[in-house]
Design a protein around this ligand. Structure first.
Ligand SMILES: [Zn+2]
Length: 285
């Protein structure tokens, strides 16, 4: 099977309109890229960084665990050195010597490049989860999905639009969740999470609106299917849809607890959800 070279990956990015100076906010399933000439992590990262150049920036989520307060792991303390669990691109970027990581105890982001420090600045325990997406979007970032268009759908601008509309803080009757973290004085503190992006499986519903808006570009990165769009345009589409209908981003799974039974703007699904849940557990026994 043919292996993709770094230059072929660069050509793929350029075909999708990625140019020098771009800020890319990336969500990726790197397993979809296929075989490459050389070490996968190096080739992929080099292709991205060389295409955006020294004036460009790449950004990815660098999320970490949190717990229900009753079962919190006191040994699991967030600091900047804690490995992320949001996919292999996060880990590769986090290990890069020139990366900047934000200090949010559960939803940190990582960035490399010209605007990395600026985008990560101030995203700590006092900030909301998706603040860096807002900053990157204001700076002209493009939202980029690599290999996860269907499996983990949606641009981060959907969560940022939810945050801007106050929806990420509308969890209803749920136990507290959080994690211990090291503060600026290196003292261990408890962080209680106050905002949640929730399930993103329904984010594919925005795609047709992006297409109609005229801003969506599709392409390949190696074997991986990709979509890319100007962040501000994607944000505006999501904001308008969610403002009219906060339930728009909910997924279709009748047994999804996040979508059906955790939001104060979706109380209508509660009772049916608990009936379905009860019946499905009876069926299993
Ligand atoms: Zn869901």
């Amino acid at each position: 099977m043919a292996k993709f070279t770094k230059q072929e990956l660069i050509n793929d990015l350029q075909k999708m309109g990625v140019v020098e100076g771009d800020i890319l906010v990336i969500a990726a399933d790197l397993g979809e890229v296929g075989m490459v000439e050389g070490k996968l992590s190096d080739v992929i990262l080099d292709a991205l960084l060389e295409t955006v150049g020294t004036s460009g920036t790449i950004v990815a989520p660098c999320f970490t665990n949190y717990y229900y307060i009753q079962t919190i792991d006191k040994q699991d303390v967030f600091d900047i050195h804690k490995a992320p669990n949001s996919g292999s691109l996060s880990r590769i970027m986090w290990k890069h010597p020139k990366s900047h990581r934000s200090l949010h105890p559960t939803n940190s982001f990582v960035a490399i490049g010209d605007k990395a420090e600026e985008i990560m600045k101030g995203h700590d325990e006092h900030a909301l989860s998706y603040d860096p997406i807002g900053k990157a979007t204001e700076l002209g970032a493009k939202m980029f999905l690599i290999g996860c268009v269907a499996s983990s759908p949606g641009f981060f601008t959907v969560h940022y639009a939810q945050q801007a509309l106050g929806l990420t803080q509308k969890r209803f009757l749920k136990p507290k969740r959080g994690v211990y973290f090291k503060d600026a004085k290196n003292e261990t503190q408890l962080f209680i999470k106050k905002d949640f992006g929730g399930c993103a499986k329904g984010c594919y519903k925005f795609y047709s609106y992006y297409v109609m808006e005229g801003g969506l570009t599709t392409g390949n990165f190696g074997s991986a299917n990709c979509i890319i769009m100007n962040g501000k345009r994607a944000y505006n589409v999501a904001y308008d849809l969610l403002k009219t209908n906060p339930r728009f981003a909910l997924c279709d799974n009748p047994l999804c607890g996040s979508c059906r039974a955790s939001w104060s703007f979706n109380k209508r699904d509660y009772i049916l959800y608990y009936f379905r849940k009860l019946f499905s557990s009876i069926k299993k026994h």
